[in-house]
Design a protein around this ligand. Sequence first.
Ligand code: ASP
Length: 348
Amino acid sequence: MRNPFDKSKILLIYTGGTIGMKMDPKTQALCPFDFSQILQEVPELRKFSTRIDSYTFDPLIDSSDVEPAMWVELAELIKARYSDYDGFIVLHGTDTMAYSASVLSFMLDHLHKPVIFTGSQLPIGSPRTDGKENLVSAVEIAAAKDMHGNAMVPEVSIFFNSQLLRGNRSTKVNSSAFDAFRSPNFPTLADAGISIHYRDMVIHHPSHLERSFQIHTKLDTRVAILKIHPGITAQVARDVLLGEDIRAVIIETYGSGNAISKPWFTDIVKEAADSGKILLNVTQCLAGEVNMDIYATGKALKDAGVISGYDMTTEAALGKLFFLLGEYPDNEKVKSLLERNLKGEISK
Ligand code: ASP
């Protein structure tokens, strides 16, 4: 048990990503480099009274190579070090950061401490890097406590370009600008300007009655994503919706949850639903929600047995399904939990 008057301790977990990459002179491609060099690049970190320890993943990866096994390793690491630190920062590539933050929000249960994902668009060694600001502000937020000594933001979040976003509400929206992430259906948790402004009204604080921290590491990845588009063929719809070893399909629909209303499509959807598969409707739109009662094209999906994902991102839907399918062998139980707000991922 830590003494609350000790100075804050943060564990900086380095998984890879652009923030720690350097140009390989031979191939001219960016590759991950040793973590000790990151701290050399950010002497500002020494100005904090916070103690920063680090842990480096082996191998370091470009986050496009992230796999569920790495999420399990991350959850187990946080669990093993939970009582030793006040907060955790995960340095992660931006490409799949929203997926990792989303799934971790379900895997880490009864969280009382911050777990902040951050990274950068330019390597930390490059003169115009956004990595320094992201890392330094993430450290300040991870160490921040209220007047009772409780963490200011005890959530899984993403800090990027001056904004702290709920992890399971976030999505990468820009591949080249520093302003790369948004949580279009949820306000920022904090904004870093001259000072850091915390939006206490929207930050989730665990109640004192809440059980102690635990992790869930059983993930079932038998999930497919079907993006609806004009010209989609019955063969493609069939292959995905009726895929053999698939328990759930996320259907990315148009607008407020609409898809093709032609019988060939609704018949396939119905066949999949009747076979017991979980079909979850999320919108392709960046913001807004699924409401299958507005148009006949949405109603047809609802009648066929498709569940609404409301205003969930695809990343959150995927993470929630991996977690729920891992926990519950019964698809009906998973369906009922999908419609519930478990970790602030839907506005319900
Ligand atoms: N490809 C990199 C990654 O996701 C991109 C980044 O970090 O910005 O690891």
